[in-house]
Design a protein around this ligand. Structure first.
Ligand SMILES: NCc1[nH]cc(CCC(=O)O)c1CC(=O)O
Length: 314
């Protein structure tokens, strides 16, 4: 295998947000370390996606699959980049023909963090307070537990959302603990929300690396940095999501945990207005993760019946 060199660097594609850049930089560091290469043997290529371009409308209105990924995947297919680094929770369960997404870095803390300028926890929020979020899952979970709260649309990267809090657009918001940690924002006052209170999004906290199926060099290099346990957890969670036909337009949560050779998967689906939440869990051998995910999804769908996910404003 011809390893990349500073003259013929491997091109790592990513979105341009500070979090995306941190994830691409971590990927470069792990590859450089695994193959004893200088960091100049890799270039980070920033790619602007449709989702980055349209910042004044709610995501669910723009809609469509691959809002934050299509341009990156096009560049991967054309050879403009060699690998692409993604937040796995933003990734559809099926990739375009010719691409594969089977390399994962060690997962960060998967929990959501409750962020308010006063620094308290969710239970400290006064009745009728306003929470900013653009996530259908967080919105539905919040309204399910606290119907008194008002949820307002809150888009933008981590920094933008924190600024909106300072501008008093909302009293509080939620951010993934993983994002805050990867950005080194330890100083932001936050209260991690226990999984039992608010089950995170499928794959939250995990970084995935996509490549062309037929690129044997990329396959070999990525295999050296793949984190097996993260892959096992995501295999179960993403099978759960795939059977539910989850897109960004449906409130779905799921989290797998490993214990020895056993895997436990918890899942939750909600009506978009938060009026109903269904949850369940399943346990079995790690090797059967995808089948466990599929079974858990079918159980929840059976209980939900038709029209459960239909959009209905609160
Ligand atoms: N949808 C945006 C997004 N995609 C991944 C993360 C956080 C990092 C992660 O889950 O790996 C975020 C921001 C957030 O939810 O706070």
């Amino acid at each position: 295998m011809d390893l990349p060199t500073p003259d013929t660097p491997m091109k790592i594609g990513t979105r341009g947000s500070p979090l995306a850049l941190a994830q691409a930089t971590e990927t470069r560091a792990r590859l450089a370390d695994a193959f004893r290469l200088p960091s100049e043997a890799f270039t980070i290529v920033v790619i602007k996606t449709t989702g980055d371009r349209i910042i004044d409308r709610p995501l669910k209105e723009i809609g469509g699959k691959g809002l934050f990924t299509r341009e990156i995947e096009d560049d991967l297919l054309s050879g403009a980049i060699d690998i692409a680094v993604h937040s796995m929770k933003d990734m559809p369960t099926v990739q375009p023909e010719g691409l594969t997404l089977d390399t994962y870095l060690p997962r960060e803390d998967p929990r959501d963090a409750f962020i308010s300028l006063s620094g308290g926890a969710l239970s400290d929020l006064p009745e009728g307070a306003t929470v900013g979020s653009s996530s259908l899952r967080r919105r539905a979970q919040l309204l399910n537990r606290r119907p008194d709260l008002k949820v307002v649309e809150f888009r933008g990267n981590v920094q933008t959302r924190l600024r909106k809090l300072e501008d008093k657009v909302a009293d509080a918001t939620f951010l993934a603990v993983a994002g805050l940690n990867r950005l080194g924002m330890e100083d932001v006052p936050r209260a991690p929300v226990p999984e039992a209170e608010m089950l995170p999004a499928v794959a939250q906290g995990a970084i995935g690396i996509e490549r062309r199926v037929d690129d044997t060099r990329a396959a070999e290099m990525l295999a050296a940095i793949h984190h097996i346990e993260t892959g096992q957890r995501l295999a179960a969670e993403r099978a759960f999501l795939a059977t539910l036909d989850g897109s960004c337009e449906t409130p779905i949560a799921g989290l797998a945990e490993l214990d020895g050779d056993r895997l436990t998967l918890r899942g939750e689906i909600l009506r978009t207005d938060g009026s109903e939440a269904l949850s369940d869990s399943i346990e079995g051998p790690i090797a059967e993760g995808p089948a466990l995910g599929d079974t858990l999804a079918r159980r929840l769908l059976e209980r939900a019946g038709d029209g459960f996910f239909d959009w209905k404003t609160a």
